[in-house]
Every structure is written in C-alpha cells, then in structure tokens.
Design a protein around this ligand. Structure first.
Ligand SMILES: Cc1cc2nc3c(=O)[nH]c(=O)nc-3n(C[C@H](O)[C@H](O)[C@H](O)COP(=O)(O)OP(=O)(O)OC[C@H]3O[C@@H](n4cnc5c(N)ncnc54)[C@H](O)[C@@H]3O)c2cc1C
Length: 288
C-alpha cells in the first residue's frame, strides 16, 4: 500500500484546513469501507488521510428541528436503518440503509461516505433524492447547503469544493403526505452492489418522484406531475408511457461485470412498477 500521513484532528476547522491545504491529495476517512479498498488497490494514493472520528461536531446521530430531520454524515447504516425518526418519516431510506452490504459493512459504512463516494450504485441516493435531501457541507468559506440532485456529477465526483466536508444530510419532514418504497436488484444475495437501485415516492397531491441508480454515470431523479402514476384508475399502458419517459436517461455501461444493459433496463421497469405499487399502498395506509 502507498504510504500516507494519517491525521486525526479534534475540530472541524482543523480538518477543513488540512483538506484545503492538500486539495485532492487529501482524503476524508469516515467508515473506510470504500476508501480502504481504493487505498489497497492503488486507485487512490493520497498524501494524507483525514479521520473524522475524533471531531466532536461530527458526532453521529439523527435529530428533528423545525420540520427538518438532520442525519449526521457519520451516522452508520445500521443506525440510519434503525432510527425511529427515519423509520417514521423516511421508511424508504431505512429500507435502503438496511440492505447496504452486510451487517459488518453497515456497522462501519456512513451515510456521508455513501453519498461522497458518489457511486452510481449508492443505495441511499435514490431515497434521499426522492425525499428531497439537502447536503450540508462545511469548508473554508463556511457552511453551504447543496440540493442532493446538484451534488452528484459522476462516479466518484461531486460538487464539493476544495476543503469541504459533508457534516449532515437534511430531509424535510413529509408527515403523511408521501408514501415511498425502495427496491434493488443484485446479482446474488449478500454483499454485492446493486445492478439497479430505485426509489419511488407518491405524494397525496398526485406527484410521483422516481429516482434510480446503477444504470448510468450518476443517480437520476425524475418527477411526474401529470398524476398518472399516482392514479389507481390509470391504465397499465398510460403508466408504462410515463415510466418510459422517466427512464429515458438510463444508460447502463456495457463494460460492467454486474449485469448487461438489456437486463438492467428490463429490471428498471420491473422495480419501477413494484416500488410504485408499494409506495401507493404506503400512501393509502398513511391516509387511513
Ligand atoms: C463488501 C462491500 C459491500 C458494499 N455494499 C454496498 C451496497 O450494497 N450498497 C451501497 O450503497 N454501498 C455498498 N458498499 C460501499 C460502501 O460501504 C458505502 O458506500 C459506504 O456508505 C461508504 O461509507 P464509508 O463511511 O465507509 O466511507 P469511506 O470509505 O470512509 O469514504 C468514502 C468516500 O467518501 C469520502 N467521504 C466520506 N465521508 C465524507 C464526508 N463526511 N465529507 C466529505 N467526504 C467524505 C471519502 O474521502 C471517500 O472518498 C459496499 C462496500 C463493501 C466493501
């Protein structure tokens, strides 16, 4: 493994200063489930690795304040999946966090790491996009709030600026106004990245938000405002036409070892229909 310096700062300001000084030659270490693999295989060779775990301001946890639930970036998947606030307000996010990797991975893998790694297959990205998440980043210029849809660029690349650290993900509380569900397809059970990962959320005003990943360079968010997908009386043909328009941006890589493009595109449609059915059922249950 390439030799690098290891920094374990006690404050956010110190961590930001190290990252700002070294730029791309510095890497944040959260749970390490993505980073350590890339250090081992040599696809990343930073001069310094900045461990966030000693920073009091980066303590994990979930809290609700003024209609917003803030999930600290360092919160691990096990805790996201089990958190009562997440389960009540954002059940599709709890579902997605609960299927990341294995128990061991979920005990280390953080929510912040999942989005900062910016894999198109990141399982928490579709529900976060459907629920309208905002990324909170702290850097040399202060605090910035970035809508998650403006955060992803392509695999491994985000709009984070030099020196910025993600401290939290904020979600507006939906109350009973949305039913949402997460679905994914993997090559096998156990820990494997998704061949397709998808979330569908239906609002009681008839708007449907659909987000999908692992079928292109970044997760995609599409919104149907026609009310067709949310309408239980809509025909299968009408729904299929709306889905087709929403899936138009799917462009799976033919070079992936996980699944062929035709298979991924077929599964996208299957999972879309499944997630929609579960989202509608959840919305209905919440309204009763
Ligand atoms: C066996 C295995 C199975 C897996 N299965 C899945 C799966 O099913 N679904 C899935 O989505 N992922 C999966 N992963 C990927 C990984 O576990 C997740 O992406 C995880 O959430 C990453 O979080 P981490 O805390 O470990 O990140 P790290 O490895 O610590 O960091 C990942 C990247 O994000 C940066 N980073 C981390 N935190 C911050 C921050 N707060 N601010 C700025 N930059 C930051 C790091 O510098 C690094 O570039 C799997 C990984 C393994 C090894």
């Amino acid at each position: 493994m390439h030799t690098f310096a290891y920094a374990r700062p006690a404050t956010l300001a110190e961590a930001v200063a190290i990252l700002a000084e070294h730029g791309p030659a510095a890497r944040v270490l959260a749970g390490g489930t993505d980073l350590i693999i890339r250090l081992r295989d040599g696809t990343l060779a930073p001069d310094v690795v900045v461990d966030l775990k000693r920073i009091a301001a980066m303590r994990p946890g979930v809290r609700e304040e003024a209609g917003t639930v803030a999930i600290a970036a360092t919160t691990v998947m096990t805790d996201v999946a089990a958190d009562p606030l997440v389960r009540r307000h954002f059940p599709a996010l709890a579902e997605a966090a609960g299927v990341v990797g294995s128990v061991q991975i979920r005990n280390r893998a953080t929510l912040g790491g999942n989005i900062c790694n910016a894999s198109p297959a990141a399982d928490t990205a579709p529900p976060l996009l459907v629920y309208g998440a905002t990324v909170v980043a702290v850097g040399p210029a202060g605090t910035r709030r970035i809508p998650l849809d403006d955060f992803f660029v392509r695999s491994g690349v985000t709009t984070l600026a030099r020196g910025e650290i993600v401290t939290a993900v904020e979600l507006p509380v939906q109350g009973r106004r949305m039913g949402a569900a997460h679905e994914r397809r993997t090559r096998r059970r156990g820990h494997d990245l998704a061949s397709v990962t998808l979330c569908c959320g239906v609002r009681e005003d008839g708007t449907t938000r659909l987000s999908y990943g692992s079928v292109g360079p970044r997760p995609v968010l599409r919104v149907d405002e026609t009310g067709t997908l949310a309408d239980p009386a809509a025909s299968a043909e009408a729904r299929a036409a709306v889905f087709e328009a929403m899936f138009a941006e799917a462009s799976p890589s033919p070079r992936s070892m996980r699944a062929s493009p035709p298979y991924r595109l077929a599964m996208l449609r299957v999972l879309g229909r499944r997630a929609l059915a579960r989202a509608l059922a959840r919305l209905q249950a919440a309204e009763e």
